[in-house]
Design a protein around this ligand. Structure first.
Ligand code: A3P
Length: 300
């Protein structure tokens, strides 16, 4: 079935998730042709869960021997162009050959559910970093983000669809659960992070991310305060205020960079959603997550 989304394009149900039709070709091509390397780092998020932040952090950590914070390309290029979505952008534009020229480790990005990742990623030893976010904040962020195109919809109507699972790459519970289970089964290959944890202790999270992707900070770097500097550089306030994120455009999406920086806060949903909406989603997630332990993790 296809549904006219309150979205950029029609959504098709494909492999159990709601796939934006305009990207179907790129996704299929990624699934069929992508060849993973053991050194690859794959960043995965549900849309509006902190992708821009995760890309900036990972890029900075992994490239810190090549660039300082004074000359990092992030000062002039949006993180979405430095780490473009492999399926939605690179494969959609038939540019897969550029993947061969990326420096090691290659940093890739996708919104695909775990079960729909290219088999080559699952079979390789590459590392997958998954960042999730309280779905109420994620939904609130998404509602604001998609209202900018000329397809406005009330928050009530949008929430109704969200609770039915009809949203880009949704349902959100399947998305999160897929990576949660994978992180329990293959903890060396899948790191499951939470936006709220990054907000609460970014130093700890930056260190954890660096360790996981195989770029740990040395004792000397720690002593010099490098972790703090990188964390601060990638913070919402700093990133939002960079010229490139005030007036630039993401070349791949053709979208204004400033659209990716709204509030950057935990709990903004309380300004837009009612307690009964929150309860409804909470009950849904509890039911879907069952005994997986994910509900406890999300609430911790
Ligand atoms: P809000 O709309 O709640 O402000 P994505 O990058 O996946 O599209 O997610 C966008 C959300 O992450 C937006 O949330 C945005 O403000 C927030 N964000 C972007 N950069 C951030 C950063 N460096 N630190 C924290 N949050 C950030």
């Amino acid at each position: 079935p296809r549904v006219k989304g309150w979205d950029f394009s029609f959504l098709y149900q494909y492999q159990g998730f709601w796939c934006p039709s305009r990207y179907l070709h790129g996704i299929l091509s990624f699934q069929r042709h992508f060849q993973a390397k053991d050194t690859d780092i794959v960043l995965v998020t549900f849309p509006k869960s902190g992708t821009t932040w995760l890309k900036a952090l990972t890029y900075t950590i992994a490239n810190r021997s090549r660039y300082t914070l004074e000359n990092t390309p992030l000062l002039t290029t949006p993180s979405h162009d430095l780490v473009p979505f492999t399926d939605l952008e690179i494969y959609s534009k038939n540019q897969s050959s550029i993947l061969e020229d990326l420096p090691t480790p290659r940093i890739l990005a996708t919104h695909l559910p775990y079960a729909s990742l290219p088999q080559s990623i699952i079979n390789s030893n590459c590392r997958i970093v998954y960042l999730c976010r309280n779905p109420l904040d994620q939904f609130t962020s998404y509602w604001h983000f998609v209202l900018q195109p000329a397809d406005p919809v009330s928050i009530d109507e949008a929430f109704e669809k969200f609770c039915q699972g009809v949203t880009m790459f949704g349902p959100v519970w399947d998305h999160e659960l897929g990576y949660w289970k994978a992180s329990l089964e293959k903890s060396n290959n899948v790191l499951f992070l939470k936006y709220e944890d990054l907000k609460e202790d970014i130093i700890y999270s930056t260190k954890k991310l660096a360790d996981f992707i195989g770029c740990p900070f040395t004792n000397e770097e720690e002593a010099q305060g490098v972790i703090e500097e990188i964390s601060k550089f990638c913070s919402f306030d700093n990133m939002k205020n960079l010229q490139v994120n005030q007036t630039g455009k993401v070349a791949y999406f053709g979208m204004e960079t400033k659209a990716f920086f709204r509030k950057g806060k935990v709990g903004d949903w309380t300004n837009h959603l009612t307690p009964s909406m929150s309860k409804r989603l909470h009950n849904l997630m509890e039911e879907k997550f069952g005994e997986s332990g994910l509900m406890t993790f999300l609430q911790s």
